[in-house]
Design a protein around this ligand. Sequence first.
Ligand code: SF4
Length: 198
Amino acid sequence: MMDKTGMEADLLRNGEAPEDLWIIVLSHCILNRATRWWQRGKPLDDSRGMASQILELLSGLQIGVIQMPCPEFTFCGNPRPPRTMDEYLSLPGFRDHCARLADETAEYLKSLIENAREPRIRILAILGVERSPTCCVEYAPVGDGAEKRYERRRGIFIDLLVKSLRDRGIEVPVIGVDLNRPEESASMILDLISRHKP
Ligand code: SF4
């Protein structure tokens, strides 16, 4: 005789297979501008974030949102100065902090995928923040002081996250948004969604 749990599982499996559920994974400050670097003299409006554009776009398309931790804020807080990648890497413990957060985030995303037997959860993309030494995808500030310049490379946390996910067999598109151009970034995300989500 089938036990209650077995019957429930059988009932839940009846009918058509449900559609996959899609989620997008965001760098923290895309939704919460309060964690961006700030020090006296910096106008608060310089850190706009793009919460309204993202939430409007994704809720309309029924795409879930995961907000990753902010490595810089959880390590340095505010006020803090703007730093390049080299300057952050010279802070004792910062890279290890990013590595720990990257592993925790990768493990969490893996558990979401594995526990979602039905309906399945699919990750559409991870969105980083261009020009951030920690969360950029393509434009990283390097050097220091007057020698500051941009190089085409991933930020400290995003790079470690991509590697952590790969170690767990997860490959996801990673793209960078420009918080100074929220509307442009929103249309880039829409384009990505229309290309990848059935
Ligand atoms: S770009 Fe990354 S590290 Fe910088 S404020 Fe945003 S979430 Fe934090």
